[in-house]
Design a binder for this molecule. Sequence first.
Ligand code: TA6
Length: 312
Amino acid sequence: MPNLSTLALPNLKNYPYCKINIYGLVPTCIVRLYGGQVTSWKNEQGDELLFVSSKAVFKSPGAIRGGIPICFPQFGTHGNLEKHGFARNRLWLVDDNPPPLPVNSGIKTYADLILKPSEEDLKIWPHRFEFRLRVALGPKGDLFLTSRIRNTNTDGKPFSFTFAYHTYFSVSDISEVRIEGLETMDYFDNLKGKERFTEQGDALVFESEIDKVYLDTPPKIAIIDHEKKRTFVLRKDGLPDAVVWNPWERRSKTILDFGDEEYKHMLCVEPAAVEKPITLKPGEEWKGRLELSAVPSSYYSGQLDPDKVLHG
Ligand code: TA6
């Protein structure tokens, strides 16, 4: 039984490069104060399960290319707010005294972070909030992210936001990967002027650039990596939508902090609330949960029967 504990670095808590290691012996997870971003999640074999670009920059002003960037207070680009909001490129703090959060009793190792708007942030998005993030590792290495966002406006005004866990999964080879759980779903296609379509056919496979927002998706989605014989299972709550993104060859070359060939080894599947913004009145709180497991594909073998993956 691994010795589960949380190692926070209290003396460094305001330091931009500060990482919090959440660990058994293995599995492990690293969350950074910069962006409140998980940048590593390893299984018992020590394999890295998240993709982080070799060109990622871990400091202001951009977001870290990889891991799990948090898109808030908006997903995408609207109005004057920067793309995907500012939470992913702000310095979060360790939350020393989070309000109680009911958790699975198996979880003993976690870190709590908090983000509040600065006076500069209030000029671009004039709403006071408290964003509490808990990152937890389950005893079998499952990764849990819980976001709690509270409207702390004192002017009586509600606010609305959109949100995503912009999760970059590490995959062996994008052409050997499929997603189950999104077939037959409606989506907005960002590569076709956000036009709405319905997915046809079986599981999603990849042979070119994709940037789609799937709407009102089931709470469980599976990413099956044939070559690695590994299945990622995503369980989500409070996050109806799911964005799927891979920039493929041509667009990769336009992204400065992304290697030309790296698209082959990553896939973003992003539990999100995009189509219907969430509105909070002062004092109200929203919660969005993501639970990630990585299991041998044979565990679900049937062979990879979607019913077993998705409804098991
Ligand atoms: O989630 C997909 C997406 O919105 C794509 O449109 C793509 O631009 C990607 O995010 C990365 O955005 P970023 O601002 O991190 O370069």
